[in-house]
Design a protein around this ligand. Structure first.
Ligand code: AMP
Ligand code: MG
Length: 342
């Protein structure tokens, strides 16, 4: 799983082969020792986190240490935020529904952001959707097509406005029966935290790609923007669009990412909180914006809102662009239209 490119090391090995002494002397003579110049080191590694492949590339000094630090931070955050990690803070909030639960500042921050995104999207994005997801079996893998009555009962527990956040005491309370699920935002939030470590370390060039939640720092070595492929929802092995991206984030939500099939019908993981059923109007939504967490929540929300309301939301929110794909149509927002390769 650990694909590892570390040019710094290969340059060192090469230098040893051609004669370390001579190269060193010439290097000092010209005031430059190429194989000791840590600025040239690129580290790229992938690992499994958050149920997906996370690929991190960092250029510059101590890039190998920084990549490990990013992975470790992301791993810690998954341990705080996942509904499927029994001792996570989210699991604790869910277990003790009805009571105040103390949480760490980052958990509080992502919950608050989730609630803001709920308000911004008029509840299309709702982090209290957990009980409905459980009923469908998303997470446990015990898939099941529920009855209307079962859905209705679970939908009664879905309402982000009922989540209470006490910032001063760093505690959270949800109503009894409600289940928090940060699956639509946590990955993006965690990618942002990884990128923050790299920015703090003054890294000039890097990316973090968590299964399609991508954030970038700077540009490619040839000074061109990074190029990001967007999958074709009809055939995910195929790239349908290529986006240029520099110092920004891109996140895609698609109906092909997590689903089961029952009696020839596909049931996927993005649930419309108004009905309890998977949202059906579009097949993929790609959002470009300033950070991954917002893009992540917006991609889920626009997917739920569908063709018309989804577009209206994108046009209303500043500094975000989108590509919306349905089985019959494509919409590309004005800021992307000129730069997307189709
Ligand atoms: P994404 O892949 O970012 O679109 O997020 C999908 C995940 O978000 C699902 O696996 C659920 O964990 C969660 N989710 C599903 N529907 C919603 C919704 N309407 N609002 C917020 N989160 C949702
Ligand atoms: Mg999302």
């Amino acid at each position: 799983m650990n694909g590892h490119v570390n040019r710094g090391h290969s340059v060192i090995v090469f230098a040893v082969l051609v004669g370390l002494g001579l190269v060193t002397l010439l290097g000092y003579y010209f005031g430059y020792v190429p194989y000791l110049e840590a600025g040239n080191v690129t580290t790229q590694k992938s690992t499994l986190l958050m149920d997906t492949v996370v690929d991190v590339r960092v250029d510059g000094r101590e890039s190998d240490l920084l990549v490990e630090k990013v992975f470790a931070t992301m791993d810690d955050l998954e341990g705080l935020l996942s509904r499927f990690v029994p001792d996570s803070e989210i699991s604790e909030i869910n277990r003790r529904a009805g009571q105040w639960v103390k949480v760490s500042p980052l958990t509080l921050e992502v919950i608050e952001l989730g609630l803001e995104m709920g308000a911004l999207t008029d509840g299309a994005f709702d982090i209290t959707i957990g009980a409905v997801l459980e009923l469908w079996g998303f997470g446990s893998g015990q898939y099941y097509v529920p009855t209307e009555a079962e859905l209705e009962a679970r939908l009664a527990t879905v309402d982000y406005t009922k989540v209470e956040v006490d910032t001063a005491r760093s505690q959270v309370r949800i109503p009894e029966g409600t289940v928090l699920d940060l699956g639509g935002i946590a990955k993006g939030f965690i990618v942002d935290q990884g990128i923050q470590i790299l920015r703090d370390a003054k890294v000039k060039r890097a990316f973090v790609n968590a299964g399609g939640d991508i954030s970038t720092i700077g540009r490619r070595p040839d000074n061109q923007p990074w190029r990001i492929g967007v999958q074709n929802p009809e055939n995910p092995a195929e790239i349908r669009f290529i986006l240029p991206l520099a110092d920004r984030s891109v996140v895609t939500s698609g109906d092909y990412q997590r689903f089961f099939t029952y009696e020839n019908e596909r049931y996927h993981h993005i649930i419309d909180p108004r009905t309890g059923y998977p949202a059906r109007e579009v097949t993929s939504v790609t959002i470009v914006g300033d950070n991954s967490a917002t893009c992540d929540a917006l991609s889920t929300a626009v997917f739920v809102l569908g063709w018309k309301e989804g577009r209206a939301l994108i046009e209303r929110v500043p500094n975000v662009e989108a590509i919306i794909v349905s089985s019959t149509d494509v919409w590309i927002s004005s800021g992307l239209d000129q730069v997307v390769t189709r």
